[in-house]
Structures are given as C-alpha cells and as structure tokens.
Design a protein around this ligand. Structure first.
Ligand code: GAR
Length: 221
C-alpha cells in the first residue's frame, strides 16, 4: 500500500455486528485509515447487514446452508473476498469454523476477535466458562487466524474484572466494550504495515509479541 492510501477491509459477520459498528466508526473518525469495501454474512438474518447498509457499505450474503460441505462454502467465500481485493479480512463475530481452503490464501491477512483471554476458553460459551471456573478476570483477544481454532498468535488482549453476581450476559457486556477498542486498534497496526505474522508468531514493529499478545493496559498507540 502506498503512503497515505487507505487500506481495504472485508468484514465477515454472522449476527449483531457491534464490532462491525466499531469499525465503521473508527473508519469515519480517521482512527482507522481504511475503508470497509464489503460486509459478508453467512446468515441472511444477521442484523449487522443492516448496519452496513445504513453506512452505505456493499453487503453480500453467502448462506452456508446452500453448500454441501464446509470446503464448498469456504471456496465460495474465498472467491467473494478475492473479488474485493481486501488488504485485511476481519472476522467480527463470524460464527463458522473455517477450513484451510479459506484460511491458507489469507495467511497473515486474516484477524479474529475472541471473547476470552486466549489460550483460555477457545470455542463457545466463553463467559460462562470463566464464571464456572471461578476466574477473577475475563477479557478478549484479537489474534491472527491460523488453522488451529482460536489458536493463532495473539496480537492484543484487554482484561476486565469479574464482579460478584456477574452473569454471562453482564460479563459479555463488559467485555464487548473492550472488543470495540482493541480490534480497530490492531487493524490499524496492520494497515500501517506495523503488524506481521511470522514464523515466530505475531510481530509488531519487527519485534515478536508476547505469547498472549500486547496487554492493552500497557499499550501505547
Ligand atoms: C463478539 O463478542 C465476538 O468476540 C464473538 O462474537 C461476538 C460478536 O458480536 N466472537 C466469537 O465468539 C468468535 N469465536 P458482534 O456481532 O456484536 O460483533
């Protein structure tokens, strides 16, 4: 990308799209030097599609139920993403397990947000699992996507306290506020050419990041 040029983002969603909304706002404010070229959902009922349309962003729906296999769905998804020539592909509450067909061609250009302090609680029900374990804190991780589910190198994490009386819903509400802060920030690092996926893991400004990524409390943008 040439200096001063905006990055092109493709954002993949399955539902509400509050992280998508954070990206829309970060692009509008200039905090993120990017334009969202397309929002793609696997779920025709995803309300995030309405947010994208309201912001004038092209939307596409590729319904996974129309395909005979994960690989066939992933191939169609990869074809659609390629059409938009995105610099960076953002999984924002995209609730499908992806196969190498989709992941491998995008290595180093595919990010995910996961609502736990990875490597704790990959998969689903992360907040309830943190409560059941008696954890004192929970949080969110932005990471590169690799073939291991929720197992790619972390880029940044934000922590929140678990408060007595918390439910999965109250905890999720506290965590998502942090998601909306750290996900556009990580994307901006990537767009600015500061963030890479290397054999050593995630690197920022040429330096390998800690195994759990940057701790947002210590981060200085
Ligand atoms: C977010 O909490 C995100 O971290 C989570 O889905 C939610 C989507 O919310 N993603 C995952 O669990 C992926 N494994 P949103 O649609 O309002 O952005």
């Amino acid at each position: 990308m040439r200096p001063g040029q905006k990055g092109r983002l493709a954002i993949l969603i399955s539902g509400r799209g509050s992280n998508l909304q954070a990206f829309i706002e970060a692009c509008a404010s200039g905090q993120l030097a990017a334009e969202i070229c397309v929002v793609i959902s696997n779920n025709p009922a995803a309300t995030g599609l309405d947010r994208a349309a309201a912001a004038g962003i092209p939307t596409r729906c590729i319904d996974h139920r129309d395909f005979p296999s994960r690989e066939a769905f992933d191939a169609a998804l990869a074809r659609e993403v390629a059409l938009w020539r995105a610099d960076l592909v953002i999984l924002a509450g995209f609730m499908r397990i992806l196969t190498p067909v989709f992941i491998q061609p995008l290595a180093g250009r595919l990010l995910n947000v996961h609502p736990s302090l990875l490597p704790k609680y990959p998969g689903l029900q992360t907040h309830q699992r943190a409560l059941d374990a008696g954890d004192q804190e929970a949080g969110v991780t932005v990471h590169f996507v690799t073939l291991e589910l929720d197992g790619g190198p972390p880029i940044i994490q934000a922590r929140v306290p678990i408060i007595p009386g918390d439910t999965a819903e109250s905890l999720a509400a506290r965590v998502i506020v942090q998601e909306h802060v750290i996900y556009p920030l990580a994307a901006q690092w990537h767009i600015a050419g500061r963030l890479q996926l290397t054999e050593q893991g995630a690197c920022l400004d040429g330096k390998p990041l800690p195994a759990t990524g940057i701790d947002y409390r210590q981060e200085v943008a």
